[in-house]
Write a protein that binds this ligand. Sequence first.
Ligand code: ADP
Ligand code: GLC
Length: 503
Amino acid sequence: MRLLFVTSEAYPLAKTGGLADVSRALPIALKRRGIDARLLLPGYPGALEHIENPRILAELAPMLGISGATLVSGRLPATNVPVFLIDAPSLFRRDGGIYQSGNGQDWPDNALRFAFLSHVGAKLAMGRLGLTWRPDIVHANDWHAGLLPLLLSLEPAPRPKTIFTAHNMAFQGNFPPGILPTAGVPEDCFRCGQIELYGQASFLKAGLCYSDRVTTVSPTYAREILTPEFGFGLDGLLRERGDDFVGILNGIDDASWDPAADIHLPRSFRLGDISGKRVCKAALQRELGLPVSPKAPLIGFVSRIAHQKMADAILAVLPWLAERGAQFVLLGEGDRELEAEFAQAQERHPGCVAVRIGYDEALAHRLQAGSDILLAPARFEPCGLTQLYALRYGTLPIVRRTGGLADTVVDANARTIADRTATGFVFDDASLEALTAALERALALYTKPLTWRCLQLQAMVQDFSWDISADRYISLYRDVAGIAPADGTVDPIATDVQRHVAI
Ligand code: ADP
Ligand code: GLC
């Protein structure tokens, strides 16, 4: 089975959050199972720099007013996953972020940038780029690839089947309808309401409407977004999709996130011997300028600094934590005002609060390994990956009972501690009081080393690898494409050569 996985980010080529981790780990897991999975994403400068074995595969004829673009092929670093990058310099080769310029504003031409991604995806999927390889299935992710199922639906059969995964209903890619000609979308699609959302043209809605199947990234979030509270205006559409819509829990890349083999850690540790975690904690305290105190509970937060992640509540709880002698470390970026307030909190609570604003993959690993507790509360959370990394690193997560957080953490109470199923702390209300109460419970148990150790071991034995979920995606692909289970043979890697093609 040949699969084209279309995404706006994939670690380590481009990353702002969990989508990048999934876009790496799921294709790796699919390849291991004999699926010929290939990625398509924009050729940002970092992606062009880091892709392995790059070569120009095709020159793309002018489209949507963009000329001089090429399709580059290569490998996702340190994997056998083939990648196609769209090198369209005027759209993607810029200083700044993937979605935003350096000053935190969305790029004004985002509709065009990601429409271009979908158009190239459609041409590739329909075999119009002169390559010998054509997918049976196109798996499009998030609003950035939302137009792709729409574009393919306009193509004559035979055409590949489409799966669309919504990683977060809050990010919708809504633009004024006047953008549609620029995005190469027939205006009829807007008139018939299929992509219209409160008067805007929604790329997310296009993905949800036009794909053969829709998925999201945890079973609980799949139920939640059928309601107005979590559906962001699209719950009715999802309800209409009925059985075509499912939640499949994300897994983790258990090779990159393995405390026994993590290249970013000063000392490794494993289930049978977690003594190295003490070394990681001391090193993290030293690195962030906190007193090296083995006894002080060290609470980590590695996240986008956003309302979704309850960053405002975390900021408000810091004086309470400092009074109790706990240490808090933050690695994140996002809301500029909250960033500034966290920086002020560091000044106000020296020795207790350490704040690193920015993006640092290696520090994220060291923070997971060195912390005792990971804060991962959220007002809503489609899946959440940081709590899964925390579990693997024996760092007990504090989460709110929502989305994938509810599906992956078992609250520590008298019963779950006794029957050894507890793995963290779960609270219900999205309030400062409820967050504080959960922290209080965690800090109380932290003073009981034997109980704490049992919880850590229980957390570390959890299996959140992609094994089960990759098989669920494969069943879905087979089902929608009507392809019988494979006989175990792996699809050959196509040997496309550089060509000049018109699209
Ligand atoms: P989301 O995708 O909603 O931001 P997830 O929990 O699914 O949340 O994924 C977040 C990913 O981004 C994790 O891999 C986490 O380690 C990483 N991450 C978040 N903020 C930073 C940061 N400032 N520096 C490094 N990694 C970060
Ligand atoms: C989104 C969600 C997050 C999820 C990630 C990967 O960024 O906010 O919950 O883990 O996508 O699916």
